[in-house]
Design a protein around this ligand. Structure first.
Ligand code: PEP
Ligand code: MG
Length: 541
């Protein structure tokens, strides 16, 4: 019994995982000056860490080529070459020798100095390298501090249970997802992006557990059914949880038989069951689970975890790859929904008191039309390679939609002039603000489809911040106000020939599937792991 400890949290995604704990380090690297005895030995230590950093960057480069194409991936290749920069190396060596300083200090100081020099250069390209130098220095320092892996390799050498205080959307982009068995976080709620990621990856997740550094490397069980974390389980507990894990895997295996079958009710009504994805790689999970299309591609993830805006070409490659993978099935790309919890420094967004109700999503795109046009051009160009639709987030008025349509018409006009082909692209909007619900009759006359974003719609309707775990006791996912809004939206959409789907997390809630079908919902877009369970439910109605 000794050693075993149980912690209760909130289950944010079901399932059982058994494995070792890996704490996610938030770069708390110590770069303070320490005197060393042997400068040449310290330089050798630095050289070893530098070589490891090059290896890591080359691995990331290979992965990124597959996910976002060679052009976007080039940044990692460039960083691996930049590590050998003579000025940087000379600076590290001389800082170590002149001050008899530790390598962590020398790398950090050199990174600061050289990146400052780059930031003051005339040439825009060279200025942009300033952030790369900082990245490289951080990576080498992390390797020096841990004598091992960088932050991408959660669970290096095998899969592990990732524990963190919080996991921002930008951090999830950098994560090696193939090495994660489960998530355990202190913050986060069932609507947070960690929860959405867990659902996409089909791995258990718990929130509300204060993570202890002592757990690192220990054997643990995450029970996403009971909402508990068990550190160093005894043999009896382990056997019991293994049995549960086997049973849940068997259930999943039964659902596999529904692959290739249609999502139709017993009386023959077809509901489109689509997948929500956040990256090109997620499209594989959608295909594995036999998605009938992509109902929500959260394109903002292409903008996170980097230092500059993705170019038109980079975005084009990403959208084209998803369209190709889906082989003609519909792919709905949501335009940039940055802001609120999804932050990227280079947008230079001012700090806001109320970011969820602030400068985000379509508001940024309408305020910075060049940014918007670049994305629209990439989407339209990709539409020549499959069936692509566009949807716009956070709409509150008819006027906004008209302004958007004018910009997209301009984009088509210039593509025509340049003889660049594009397909027949449906345009729709997300219904995720109470204002959009109230205006749905008028909005339906402007667009081809509606997709109801219940995550934000619930937060704005109930005035409950979706990130705030403290509010869970007040949160009712099935609140009649939200259900009535969905019903009203479907009715108004259909009145004017719009098809209506749900792409918020509620769309994957099996307890509501029958209700949604009764309301006349045409499409449910859910995490890939939910597709077969939803199909199973639809076929029973
Ligand atoms: C929503 O708000 O329901 C939605 C699907 O968008 P996101 O979760 O990305 O805000
Ligand atoms: Mg939303």
């Amino acid at each position: 019994m000794e050693g075993m400890k149980r912690y209760n949290g909130k289950a944010i995604y079901k399932g059982i995982a058994i494995g070792t704990i890996k704490l996610m380090e938030k770069s708390k690297n110590d770069t303070s000056l320490r005197k060393i005895e042997d400068a040449e030995a310290e330089i050798a230590r630095y050289n070893e860490a530098r070589d490891e950093a090059v290896r890591q960057l080359q691995d990331i480069y290979k992965k990124a080529v597959e996910e976002v194409g060679a052009e976007a991936a080039a940044i990692f290749d460039m960083q691996s070459m930049l590590i050998g920069d003579d000025d940087f190396t000379d600076s590290v060596y001389s800082t170590i020798r002149d001050n008899m300083a530790n390598a962590e200090y020398a790398v950090h100081e050199s990174g600061e100095t050289i990146s400052k020099i780059f930031s003051q250069m005339e040439d825009e390209y060279m200025r942009a390298r300033s952030a790369d130098i900082k990245d490289i220095a951080d990576r080498i320092v992390t390797i020096l501090c841990s004598n091992g892996s960088g932050k991408e390799s959660a669970g290096a050498g095998g899969k592990s249970i990732l524990c963190a205080d919080d996991l921002t959307p930008a951090e999830t982009v950098a994560l090696d997802k193939s090495a994660v068995l489960a998530f355990v976080t202190k913050y986060g709620s069932s609507q947070s992006h960690t929860a959405i990621l867990a659902r996409t990856m089909n791995i258990p997740a718990l929130a509300g557990i204060a993570v202890d550094a002592e757990w690192n490397g220990k054997l643990a069980v995450v029970d996403g059914f009971a909402g508990e974390l068990i550190i160093e389980p005894d043999a009896e507990t382990l056997a019991e949880k293994e049995k549960l894990m086997k049973a849940s895997l068997e259930k999943l295996a039964i659902l596999q038989q529904l692959k290739g079958k249609e999502s139709v009710t017993r009386d023959g009504r077809k509901i489109n069951v689509y997948a929500n994805i956040g990256s090109v790689a997620d499209a594989d999970a959608a295909i594995d689970n036999d998605a009938e299309g992509i109902g929500l591609f959260r394109s903002e993830f292409l903008y996170l975890g980097r230092h500059t805006y993705p170019t038109e070409e980079e975005q084009f490659v990403a959208y084209k790859n998803v369209a190709r993978k889906m082989k003609g099935k519909k792919v709905i790309i949501r335009t940039l929904d940055i802001g609120a919890d999804k932050q990227a420094d280079y947008f230079n967004l001012e700090k806001e008191d109320n970011p969820a109700m602030g400068f985000r999503a379509i508001r940024i795109c309408l305020d910075r039309p060049d940014l918007f046009r670049t994305q629209l051009r990439a989407i339209y160009r990709a539409s020549a390679f499959g069936t692509i639709a566009i949807m716009y987030p956070m709409i509150i008025s008819v006027d906004e939609v008209r302004r958007i349509k004018k910009i997209s018409a301009d984009v088509c006009y210039s593509l025509n002039k340049e003889n660049i082909p594009y397909g027949n692209v449906e345009q729709g909007i997300m219904i995720e603000t109470p204002a959009a619900v109230m205006m749905s009759e008028e909005l339906a006359q402007e667009v081809d489809f509606f997709s109801i974003g219940t995550n934000d719609l619930t937060q704005y309707t109930l005035a409950i911040d979706r990130q705030n775990a403290k509010l869970e006791p007040f949160y009712d996912a099935h609140h009649p106000a939200v259900l009535r809004e969905i019903e009203m939206t479907v009715k108004n959409g259909h009145k004017h020939g719009c098809w209506v789907g749900i792409c918020g997390e509620l769309g994957g809630d099996i307890e509501l599937t029958e209700k949604f079908v009764e309301m006349g919902v045409d499409e449910l877009s859910v995490s890939p792991s939910r597709i077969l369970a939803i199909r199973d439910k639809i076929r029973s109605i």
